[in-house]
Ligand binder design. Structure first.
Ligand SMILES: [Zn+2]
Ligand SMILES: [Zn+2]
Ligand SMILES: [Zn+2]
Ligand SMILES: [Zn+2]
Ligand SMILES: [Zn+2]
Length: 217
């Protein structure tokens, strides 16, 4: 019995295989893609992607049935046969559409994709996605990229770097010094005020002791 419930976007779409010689065995019934980090149902031993089962469970209440209709889904390790079949797969890199032409064994895919030169990174300035290979070059000239002045620690977009001239920078540094000074003064006051209070009450104590002495004489 197979479910036709295909909703999750597969992590590994079938189209990623360079040639599909053993399709059915290694396909997740929930997402229709290749099994990714598979786990299986203890009863029927059908494997599913771990993330697909997580989504499946999130939408149901206990006892959660197996997607293949067993009364309850009890997780077990994916049977070795499936893992072997998966290890035989050759897949294209996730970043193929950005220019990566690598074809990788299933088990090396994740490591490659993490370090792939065609992986997209977001420029913190203009928020554009750029392939890793061109990222540094882009950031080195992106007009919206944030620069930080080493003198005054102020950040500004590269396009406004010209406006941050010596006069502006010195003015900012002066304000920072003034702010610092004011803050120090406040801190000093906060330390002095309770001391003054203590001195005042000590004086009062001394005065009252004097009075006691005078009274008893
Ligand atoms: Zn799946
Ligand atoms: Zn089952
Ligand atoms: Zn790649
Ligand atoms: Zn940019
Ligand atoms: Zn500055």
């Amino acid at each position: 019995m197979s479910t036709s419930f295909i909703r999750d976007r597969p992590y590994l779409a079938k189209e990623r295989a360079s040639d599909i010689t053993m399709p059915k065995l290694v396909i997740c019934p929930l997402c229709g893609g290749f099994l990714w980090r598979p786990i299986a149902c203890t009863t029927c031993e059908t494997p599913f992607c771990k993330s697909c089962i997580k989504n499946w469970k999130a939408e149901r209440t206990e006892p959660i049935p197996c997607p293949e209709n067993c009364t309850e889904f009890i997780e077990r390790k994916c049977p070795a046969g499936y893992l072997y079949a998966l290890s035989e797969l050759k897949l294209t890199c996730l970043n193929k559409s950005h220019g990566c032409n690598e074809t990788l064994p299933y088990n090396n895919l994740e490591t490659h994709e993490e370090s792939c030169n065609y992986r997209l990174k977001t420029c913190p300035g203009c928020r554009t996605e750029i392939i890793r290979m061109e990222f540094d070059e882009h950031c080195a000239q992106c007009p919206l990229f944030l620069l930080t002045c080493p003198e005054c620690n102020t950040s500004y977009q590269r396009q406004y770097a010209g406006e941050h001239n010596d006069t502006v920078c010195l003015r900012i540094q002066l304000r920072q010094l003034q702010d610092n000074h004011t803050q120090h003064q406040q801190e000093a006051n906060e330390r002095i005020t309770p001391l003054e209070d203590q001195i005042r009450s000590l004086r009062q104590l001394v005065e009252s002791l004097k009075n006691v002495q005078i009274d008893t004489q």
